[in-house]
Design a binder for this molecule. Structure first.
Ligand code: ADP
Ligand code: MG
Length: 238
């Protein structure tokens, strides 16, 4: 069953079409990596799925319901941005509890959910810590936890580990894959790192100038790049 349907979506900024007549259907529990060079429209596309941008034309549907004009807080999506933007004046627990308080969940339920998610991201017992005393990797884990605690239907990750060093990036991507499989959560992961996409994705969508250059399983994209652009970008051209 498809959870996400993007139908003929265009986003224009003046004369620039950041996303251009884009189509994509994502199945339940699938992990799709959006791959492409800087400026190819990956972030704009993700922001339209999360509700942070409105398409110039076209439609976004989640679970068969048109959400094209629904604001972010009313969508079943959770987004993790490149710069995690944690609230530094709140401890870890409060960062995670904030969204749940807005939804007026009972205190006991909030505590249960926050503790379960902290455990899931490997930060059990970190609730009382100040966020600005955590390492970069721990802060990204809190950002991920803050999205997951809302129990979104679709997890949206926009280059979440771009600011971290190679070693930590590899570790966190394995953790994301592990969590994604355990929760079976439909995920869109934006990256311009080919290795990241090849390691993580059920399916890779290679973007160029706001359009799909190729959409296929990682091994297909790697072995049978559809165009010279994909071959060059994936690094298989020789
Ligand atoms: P990517 O995430 O793949 O690097 P973006 O979606 O950020 O690409 O950008 C795609 C194109 O849209 C770029 O040409 C970028 O300059 C332009 N763009 C993105 N956001 C805006 C904006 N708010 N105003 C004007 N142009 C934008
Ligand atoms: Mg981007």
């Amino acid at each position: 069953m498809s959870v996400l349907e993007i139908r003929d979506v265009t986003k224009a900024f003046g004369a620039t079409k950041a996303v251009d007549s884009f189509n994509l259907t994502v199945g339940d529990g699938e992990l799709v990596c959006l791959l492409g060079p800087s400026g190819s429209g990956k972030s704009t596309l993700l922001r339209m799925i999360g509700g942070f941008e409105t398409p110039t034309s076209g439609h976004v549907a989640i679970d068969g319901e048109d959400v094209t004009r629904v604001p972010p807080e009313k969508r079943p999506t959770g987004m993790v941005f490149q710069s995690h933007a944690l609230w530094t004046h709140m401890n870890v627990f409060k960062n995670l509890a904030f969204g749940l308080k807005l939804r007026r969940l009972p205190e006991a339920e909030i505590k249960r959910r926050v503790e379960a998610v902290l455990e899931l991201v490997g930060l059990a017992g970190y609730g009382h810590r100040a966020t600005n005393q955590l390492s970069g990797g721990q802060q990204q884990r809190v950002a991920l936890a803050r999205s997951l605690v809302l129990e979104p239907k679709i997890l949206l990750l926009d280059e979440p580990f771009a600011s971290l060093d190679q070693h930590l990036r590899e570790r966190l991507r394995e953790e994301v894959r592990d969590i994604q499989q355990r929760l079976k959560i439909t995920t869109l992961f934006v990256t311009h790192g080919q290795d990241e996409a090849l390691a993580l994705a059920d399916r890779i969508v290679v973007m160029r100038d706001g359009r799909t250059e190729q959409a296929a399983a990682p091994d297909v994209v790697y072995r049978e790049p559809a165009t010279p652009f994909v071959a060059g970008f994936i690094g298989t051209m020789n």
